[in-house]
Design a protein around this ligand. Structure first.
Ligand SMILES: [Zn+2]
Length: 376
């Protein structure tokens, strides 16, 4: 009995010590999720895809195209930095990215639909529900999302958990209880005390993109930053959309231009975060995509396009020491994003969904000199 008691005490002391150490070392107080709709691994890791550009250049030489002049360089590293100079030049000094299959790192979607709603739902709930979530229709997500979970666990009001999206259907995906968080998506007015933001809110209805359900990312970006400055959300989701739509339209130059603009938005967000004591060094960011697209069939995705299963995922977090590209690692999955975001904050997402993918263990290896239990 005495021995049993002694053992029990040792375990108790160890548990307390681990917990205190974990709380003391964890720096993250805010989590930001960013998605870039339908951006392929080919462009993220290799920039301009010359085969694609050749296939659509019907007249004249490929070298004379604007896309070539803007984005071509001999190596994949140089090409991707032409499209995303901030992501590769700055963000990857502070974080890492998985999904470059040329280096033996793969990120995969687990749903079999390979289009947007199922992809976003997998990211936000941590699980594929192929039988239930099978269209892009504006239907309420039946499952509680990671944003709703964070709101509850962190005891936040609805202004401090916010989602801004270019695609209108995101409104229906980010929350299973309408109105529980701030959600502004598609052509939707955004009310804000700043006069300039109110003008932009009006302007979004006067600057039509070629699509009915997706506003320009320029508005989404500015509303999200205005919200961040004013209401200091602890959980923020920014969902950019144009990259997918230009690809469906077959306009490859616009895909690259939109991706380059998104890179400048990442810069703007990052600089804002660094300027605020509440966010600097205390914010974990996860950047990913809802689905990939075909290889030669770069316009498309969906269950008939097998390559659309391959995605990428980037992490910029004070909780992780990994930098640059992952190589020679086991496959990770889209359904692990929700639990990973929570893990950055020291929260256990399995409380919300026991079936969800687990936190990505590799990110947390080396913490406290220990191997993470989920890192297998
Ligand atoms: Zn699409």
């Amino acid at each position: 009995m005495e021995q049993l008691m002694a053992n029990f005490l040792v375990v108790l002391i160890l548990l307390t010590a681990t917990r205190t150490a974990d709380a003391a070392e964890r720096k993250t107080e805010n989590a930001i999720l960013i998605t870039l709709d339908g951006v392929r691994t080919q462009e993220i890791f290799g920039g301009l895809d010359l085969d694609v550009l050749k296939s659509i250049t019907k007249k004249g030489k490929v070298e004379d195209t604007t896309a070539y002049k803007r984005y071509w360089a001999p190596t994949p590293q140089e090409r991707r930095e032409k499209v995303m100079p901030f992501f590769w030049g700055v963000l990857m000094k502070h974080g890492s990215i998985a999904g470059n299959r040329a280096l033996g790192s793969s990120v995969e979607v687990t749903n079999n639909h390979l289009f947007s709603y199922p992809g976003y739902a997998e990211i936000l709930t941590g699980q594929a529900h192929d039988g239930v979530i099978d269209s892009n229709d504006k239907k309420r997500n039946p499952y509680a999302t990671v944003l709703e979970f964070l709101k509850r666990k962190l005891g936040l009001d609805s202004k401090r958990v916010a989602a801004f999206a270019s695609w209108d259907t995101i409104d229906w995906i980010v929350e299973h209880e309408a109105g529980s968080i701030t959600s502004n998506a598609g052509f939707e007015p955004y009310d804000h005390p700043d006069r300039v933001i109110r003008e932009l809110s009006k302007l979004q209805f006067e600057t039509d993109p070629p699509w009915d359900s997706v506003r320009h990312d320029a508005y989404t970006y500015r509303f999200a930053l205005a919200h961040l400055k004013k209401y200091k959300p602890r959980a923020l989701y920014i969902s950019f959309g144009e990259t997918d739509d230009w690809a469906h339209d077959g306009n490859y130059q616009r895909v690259l231009d939109a991706l380059a603009r998104t890179d400048s938005y990442l810069r703007g967000l990052w600089e804002l975060l660094q300027s605020q004591r509440r966010y600097r060094g205390k914010t974990s960011i996860l950047i990913t995509v809802d689905h990939g697209r075909g290889d030669t069939d770069w316009r498309d995705h969906g269950e008939k396009v097998a390559q659309a299963r391959y995605i990428w995922m980037a992490f910029i977090s004070p909780e992780s020491e990994l930098r640059g590209e992952w190589s020679g690692t086991e496959t990770i999955y889209q359904n692990q994003a929700a639990a990973t975001l929570c893990r950055f904050l020291g929260l256990d997402y399995s409380e919300n969904n026991p079936e969800a993918g687990k936190p990505i263990g590799r990110l947390f290896e080396g913490q406290k000199g220990q191997r993470d239990p989920n890192s297998k």
